[in-house]
Design a protein around this ligand. Structure first.
Ligand SMILES: [Ca+2]
Length: 346
């Protein structure tokens, strides 16, 4: 006797936490189009690339790419200040993000659903009974704040620990003193000739809020870090841009327009990598990266003469076990991303 195929929702439920940078658009579009994935909310942080109000507005309008059913996806208005220090991206990076790289959205979202991030996340997880994946692509401030609140709230803490299946976080780098070849930080290359931070050891998402990242590391839910060691294997090159340009869907065209913005186009084949979209792709296809567990803590002290702040310290005693992506398969990543871009939008 033949069994009927079980009818069940096997889609992976994802909450995206974003700073709405150019590559965040790639990650969000990939997950919104991927039939394996159900995006349940998008939270915005205002202390990364984008400013908070513009980030919320841009995400709201981005949803018009995905049809009527996506217009009411909860958008969570997060923080506009980090939990430690006041490190910021350069003004030209922030301006590009605020004006969504001059890429036109299909429409203005007529009825966006916008909530306070901390309130919504609290209520959601208190009432949640399903495994949730968090994609963290804008630094640790929003979820670090939630986890810090949970330290004083045992019910919330238990619901977060049972409800969050895993966090996939783009950020960090394992330095050459811990692994060969290792990856150095990416702060100074972004600053160009205006080197306002002397720090060669940190990665931006951690640097923006070292305490937020540490709170995420130590909370005790499984965390896979998509580190620079892996994203360095997947540069954003002209071949990829050309392949994306040949795809005639509204979503692919939008991403091509984002990448054509002068500040982004200048980095194709040079300093831009497939940062956030690599993290997103690994939710659907974990085998795109190789990982290794390190006991990690985030260095918290600032020293303006020899700054090690926000670097990742391997510490067997005090570190939290973090599954770190240390390499990636570039061709497989490109193929997976472009496969999903070719799927119809609605
Ligand atoms: Ca980002």
């Amino acid at each position: 006797m033949k069994h009927a195929a079980p009818v069940m929702n096997t889609r992976t439920k994802v909450i995206i936490d974003t700073d709405v940078d150019f590559d965040d658009y790639m990650a969000i579009v990939y997950l919104m189009l991927n039939p394996q994935i159900e995006v349940v909310a998008i939270s915005v942080t205002g202390c990364g690339a984008v400013h908070l109000s513009k980030g919320v507005e841009n995400v709201a309008n981005l949803l018009t790419l995905f049809g009527q059913g996506a217009l009411h996806l909860p958008i969570l208005r997060g923080t506009s200040a980090p939990l430690s220090f006041s490190n910021v991206f350069p003004a030209d990076v922030r301006n590009g993000a605020d004006i969504h790289y001059e890429a036109p959205f299909p429409a203005t979202n007529p009825s966006p659903v916008i909530h306070n991030a901390q309130d919504w996340l609290h209520d959601f997880f208190i009432n949640n009974h399903e495994p949730i994946t968090i994609l963290s692509i804008g630094g640790g401030t929003n979820f670090g704040t939630l986890f810090r609140t949970a330290q004083q709230d045992p019910i919330l803490q238990a619901k977060l620990k049972s409800g969050i299946q895993q966090i996939v976080m783009m950020g960090g780098n394992i330095l050459p003193r811990y692994i060969t070849p290792g990856a150095v930080g990416n702060i100074e290359p972004t600053l160009g000739s205006n080197v306002i931070y002397r720090n060669t050891v940190a990665e931006w998402n951690i640097f923006i809020d070292p305490l937020g990242a540490q709170l995420m590391f130590e909370f005790g839910v499984p965390l896979r870090l998509i580190a620079l060691n892996a994203t360095n294997d997947v540069p954003l090159d002209q071949g990829f841009v050309d392949a994306l340009k040949s795809i005639d869907t509204p979503a692919a065209k939008f991403l091509s327009a984002v990448l054509a913005y002068p500040g982004n186009a200048a980095g194709i084949g040079t300093y831009l990598s497939f940062w956030d979209p690599l993290a997103a792709c690994t939710i659907a296809v974990p085998s795109l990266v190789s990982t290794q567990v390190f006991p990690l803590m985030v260095y918290q002290e600032l020293n303006e003469e020899d700054d090690q702040s926000a670097s990742l310290i391997v510490d067997a005693k005090y570190g939290s076990p973090i599954d770190v992506a240390i390499s990636a398969n570039k061709n497989a990543v490109y193929s997976e991303f472009l496969r999903v871009m070719r799927l119809s939008t609605t």
